[in-house]
Ligand binder design. Structure first.
Ligand code: STR
Length: 400
């Protein structure tokens, strides 16, 4: 299922707005239609609360399931519904302001320049002018940025990289994955305690302080939010930077338009988000009652069933994007209608930061290495063995 992503997306879309899927032995519905997804993402009968899942209630899904880390996680904005969810999101909105994101611009520029300098140095040593863009550029940037934002010390970065890699990989033995989840939770609970004692100018401290007014967040909820944000804030943006770069390198005519200033980087970023989203499938929501979906000819999601948002298929919905939805086209008029960041109450709170990182990183990369080209055919780029995320094993490029 995972090797051939285009094939998987095409098969799902061909099955209709709802595709019956098998998630490593567990059945669920995959939503592939833009309209149906938008409708369901604002339907209060479809919830994040794991206890509403029939297969979980019956003990058929347990902690032994390899994807359990996507649904059975500490309480946070990601797992909450309704009024509880609003209580948590208000605190996030108070802490992760547009201002705090914009203040990161010089930080991002600094990291990008440093990574590009290091790449030049590497290149001088290399014989063939080929480097893997992932470990030297796309990989380190988002983790460095999200750690700066959250006030996670730089010394912690290598461990976080290692933990999340193991968390997402399907090759990780399950007992190890469960240990990783515990370790992550311990780290963030510890960090909340430390920042409470000695607050800094960072998001973690702002979250703790946002706690002062209104109904407070528990220590566990603050830690849960932090680990959600570090997971979401690094894995996904790596995918955005690499997938956008891939789109441009495989469409040199479009790259030309961008480098000549005829089309803006924002158009590149939005089309990349639509065409090859960093998230393939978002797990999971559960129906608290039978839900009839008029937009899908009256299809009924049964009470207790699980629903997955298949954002890659949704981005290629031909009803919205036309018959050439599989193609990368930065001139596409419908590109910015994509819902790759979700829709409704759970819409990604980090979207602006992710767009900012891509908007700084991509032009700087192409300005420094205008002759950059893929060093292997695009079809040979291998996906990581991860079911839900769309991230590559390696991204070899010839820089000169
Ligand atoms: C990872 C494990 C954890 O401790 C908490 C979360 C909640 C947020 C999740 C995150 C997860 C996995 C990656 C997600 C993120 C929200 C957005 C991100 C799903 C389950 C995406 O990949 C879009």
């Amino acid at each position: 299922m995972m090797g051939d992503l285009d094939g998987e997306t095409a098969r799902l879309s061909a099955a209709g707005p709802f595709a019956r899927i098998d998630l490593l032995g567990v059945p669920a519905w995959s939503v592939t239609s833009h309209t149906v997804a938008r409708r369901l993402l604002t339907d209060a009968r479809l919830v994040k609360d794991l206890n509403q899942w029939g297969l979980w209630q019956q003990g058929i899904v347990t902690r032994a399931w390899p994807l359990i880390g996507m649904v059975d996680v500490p309480p946070s904005m990601f797992t909450a519904d309704g009024a509880e969810h609003r209580r948590l999101r208000v605190k996030i909105a108070q802490a992760l302001t547009a201002r705090r994101v914009e203040d990161l611009r010089p930080v991002i520029e600094g990291y990008v320049d440093r990574l590009l300098d290091d790449m030049e140095a590497e290149l001088a040593k290399s014989e063939n002018g080929v480097l893997d863009l992932k470990p030297v550029f796309a990989g380190p940037l988002p983790m460095a940025v999200v750690c700066t934002l959250m006030g996670v010390p730089e010394s912690e970065i290598p461990r976080q990289m290692k933990l999340w890699k193991a968390f997402f990989s399907l090759l990780t033995p399950q007992d190890e994955r469960l240990a990783v989840m515990m370790e992550v939770n311990t780290v963030f609970n510890e960090m909340v305690r430390e920042k409470k004692a000695a607050p800094g100018d960072d998001l973690t401290s702002a979250l703790i302080l946002a706690d002062e007014g209104g109904e407070p967040m528990s220590q566990e909820e603050i830690a849960g939010n932090l680990q959600s944000m570090i997971a979401a804030g690094h894995e996904t943006t790596i995918g955005l930077i690499l997938n956008a770069t891939r789109g441009l390198l495989t469409h040199p005519d479009q790259l030309r338009l961008v480098l000549d200033g005829e089309i803006g980087w924002d158009a590149v970023i939005e089309e990349a988000l639509r065409w090859d989203p960093p998230i393939t499938h978002l797990l999971m929501r559960f129906a608290t009652e039978d839900i009839e979906v008029p937009e899908a000819d009256g299809f009924v999601i049964g009470k207790g069933e699980g629903v997955v948002m298949s954002y890659r298929a949704i981005g290629r919905d031909t009803d919205l994007h036309g018959e050439d939805a599989n193609g990368f086209d930065i001139r596409r008029a419908t590109a910015k209608k994509h819902i790759t960041f979700g829709h409704g109450p759970h819409i990604c709170p980090g979207a602006a930061l992710s767009r900012l990182e891509a908007a700084v990183a991509l032009p700087a990369l192409f300005a420094r290495f205008p002759e950059m080209a893929l060093a292997v055919p695009s079809e040979e780029l291998r996906k990581l063995p991860v079911m839900t995320q769309n991230d590559l094993e390696a991204f070899p490029v010839r820089l000169r």
